[in-house]
Design a protein. Structure first.
Length: 320
């Protein structure tokens, strides 16, 4: 009896220390303050990730830096730029997309008021985050739609985030830029011209949860915690219109009516269950391989892996 009591007294402080540690810290990054981050931020603010035992910190970071940080297991644990992750995974970087937030892109090609048509961009400068990320490819697809050669007829200026690109437009340093929602609305309010919704000419999934193969193998429990929080976020963002619109208005400095319009745009392409269909992904894989000049077969499962997402969804079902 005395031995059992002493063992219990020894274990109690350890249990208390474990409880005191609190949620596990993790960092997720994205390269743009675009509307696609809204469901993610909504979940962080509502405490969905903390409820699953994760203290998730959102950080702005250029996609190439995020890829390097995740691959090296330093500073960044997850990234939200699934389009970029897809492309670098095809090239052999050990990343996996474990969930999707949006089924389609949300980019607009914006121009100076003096530009009458997309054809007027020949020989002009177009600002992008990176020519090879999803926004850059959206710009190229939009420019091609106007009958121009996107590789020869314009000059791409890689200058980072949407706020920097908008500043470049205001300074007159570039003639056009690719902008995510709701930056296109801000620019129209300032007198800039909306040339084309790139989603009409480029069909591919947008953002999602990306991490390293190493993290999936070594810490699947953490990945599932993040995924459970993400699934809660997607569902609540869709169901809780008033609060979601309030977040959009506050985060992106939009009037309530405009925030409501943006919310409607979001719902049209927001994934309901964190997935994008296999047919769309297979088509996207072939496009990316063609762009990269990759000839060898690549299993889709080496790029997109829904196994932990499905487990996370089942675990949420048992809690309901």
């Amino acid at each position: 009896m005395r031995k059992r009591l002493s063992t219990l007294l020894f274990l109690l402080p350890l249990a208390g220390a474990a409880h005191a540690q609190g949620p596990e810290k993790a960092t997720i990054s994205h390269n743009s303050e675009s509307i696609s981050i809204a469901p993610l931020i909504y979940g962080i603010e509502k405490g969905f990730y903390r409820r699953e035992g994760i203290d998730l910190e959102f950080r702005m970071l250029r996609t190439d830096l995020a890829v390097a940080a995740i691959a090296a297991s330093k500073e960044v644990d997850y990234m939200y730029s699934a389009g970029t992750a897809f492309r670098v995974a095809v090239r052999g970087i050990p990343l996996r997309i474990v969930a999707y937030g949006f089924k389609d892109i949300l980019f607009y090609l914006m121009a100076q008021p003096t530009i009458q048509s997309g054809k007027d961009l020949k020989g002009k400068k177009v600002a992008v985050s990176l020519p090879t990320d999803t926004g850059g490819l959206a710009a190229k697809a939009a420019i091609k739609a106007f009958g121009l050669d996107p590789e020869k007829d314009v000059v791409y200026i890689a200058i980072g985030s949407a706020s920097v690109r908008m500043a470049a437009m205001e300074a007159g340093s570039v003639e056009a830029t690719i902008m995510p929602v709701p930056w296109n609305i801000r620019m129209k309010q300032k007198g800039f011209k909306e040339l084309l919704f790139a989603g009409n000419v480029l069909r591919q999934p947008l953002t999602g949860i990306v991490t390293s193969v190493e993290r999936i193998e070594k810490n699947p429990l953490q990945v599932k915690k993040v995924l459970r929080g993400f699934l809660r976020s997607l569902k609540s963002f869709r169901q809780e219109r008033r609060e979601a619109v309030e977040l959009i208005g506050r985060r992106f400095h939009l009037e309530p009516q405009v925030a409501g319009e943006v919310y409607g745009i979001v719902l049209r392409t927001l994934s309901e269950d964190g997935t994008v269909g296999q047919e769309v992904l297979h088509q996207f894989l072939e496009e990316v391989k063609r762009e990269a000049g990759v000839k060898k077969p690549i299993p889709l499962a080496d790029i997109v892996d829904y196994r932990l997402l499905r487990e996370a969804d089942k675990e949420l079902e048992t809690k309901r």
